[in-house]
Write a protein that binds this ligand. Sequence first.
Ligand SMILES: [Zn+2]
Length: 77
Amino acid sequence: MKLDLRKIYRFDPIERQPDGSLPKGGDVYYECGSCKDVVSSVSHIKAACGCGNLTGGGGTTEIKTPEQVTPLRGKLK
Ligand SMILES: [Zn+2]
């Protein structure tokens, strides 16, 4: 099952942490630079982007290539 978060949330890009790492939190999402899919940074349901760069589940999201990921803040529409 594929959930299109863009239908539910409005996403705005946010800054990376000062050390270059990606922020995370309940309202933080990651956009994959390759396939443009969006996955929660703290996904509790199993979720993955189309190309497999982002894989979420169990409250964490693994990133294979962080340089290709844009952090976003999501607000309910
Ligand atoms: Zn991807």
